[in-house]
Unconditional design. Structure first.
Length: 305
């Protein structure tokens, strides 16, 4: 039933642009690379991911348009999930998994409330070839490679339509600070409901479109405004989780029904448009028997030419 609902929502978003007559131009591009190498360096669990966004819409005015489907975001991403020891899979640890996603999302605004609604198609399993990619990359870097046994026991092939919705609103805390509480729902590859906030000091997000990374919750710039200097962000959220393709029912470990994230990040932008971001995120335990959380780092560097 969940899969049918998710598929219907994905289809409705993908077809929505056919009903929109307004011309669109490319407004921006954003991406975020996340890896535990930039965090605790432990090479485990939510070990690495990338998410990118390409945005089209009417002329950007500093805020999302009011119309559903006017502004469209093509979202692409990939993720590797691994056991604590990529050479030996313990009976009480999670299985290896690779996932690739392609999705279409729309961002719009009603009054002061911001909406992001869309759908992804998530491909999971050996069909993604991400296990072979990680093996080749680790071989090139001369670091520990995933064993054949770990790769052989990975989550099997699946194609999961996934619907995603986020609703948030920003509130000013003085001249240079804002807080943005939000709620999020996901239905499909992982099914959960989340509530949290983002606290920003500086100009990040003012007149810009920010997109949330699905793994860390860090928000990255997809449509940028012209400012320079530093911005600092803090955020946290908690989710009630009912299903995950990465931790399937009947697997070796049981899914925890709650999940926490705490994050911080620093953005710098020069007067010439060079932008650098580094974020650090604590990811809480996701399955029963996981003895601790983990720290992952996220980076983005943009040099205009």
């Amino acid at each position: 039933m969940f899969r049918m609902i998710a598929a219907s929502l994905v289809a409705s978003v993908c077809l929505s642009q056919a009903a929109v007559a307004q011309d669109r131009t490319r407004l921006g591009y954003g991406r975020l690379v996340t890896n535990d190498f930039f965090g605790d360096g432990a090479d485990r669990w939510r070990t690495g991911s990338i998410q990118s966004s390409r945005v089209w819409g009417p002329t950007w005015t500093g805020v999302a348009p009011a119309g559903f489907g006017q502004l469209l975001e093509l979202r692409l991403g990939g993720e590797i999930v691994a056991p604590d020891d990529i050479r030996n899979l313990a009976a009480d640890d999670r299985a290896y998994a690779g996932a690739l996603l392609v999705g279409l999302h729309t961002h719009f605004r009603r009054g002061q409330t911001e909406f992001a609604l869309g759908g992804d198609v998530v491909f999971v399993g050996p069909q993604t070839k991400l296990d072979a990619f990680q093996d080749a990359l680790h071989d090139l870097l001369n670091v520990t490679r995933p064993s054949d046994a770990v790769r052989g026991a990975q989550i099997g092939n699946a194609i999961n339509p996934t619907a995603v919705v986020e609703i948030g609103q920003s509130f000013a805390l003085g001249e240079r600070a804002t807080v943005r509480p939000f709620v999020e729902g996901r239905l499909g590859n992982e099914t959960l409901a989340r509530i949290g906030f983002d606290l920003t000091f500086g100009d990040l997000g003012r007149g810009e479109l920010l997109v949330r990374d699905s793994v860390t919750g860090q928000r990255y710039r997809a449509v940028e405004a012209d400012w320079s200097g530093y911005s600092f962000v803090l955020g946290a959220d908690i989710a009630a989780v009912s299903d995950s393709e990465f931790l399937p029912e009947g697997g070796s470990v049981a899914l925890r029904d709650s999940r926490e994230r705490v994050r911080a990040g620093l953005t710098w932008r020069s007067e010439t448009g060079i932008t650098a971001f580094y974020g650090l995120t604590y990811l809480g335990e996701e399955f029963e028997g996981q003895n601790e959380g983990q720290l992952v780092g996220s980076v983005r560097l943009r040099v205009p030419f």
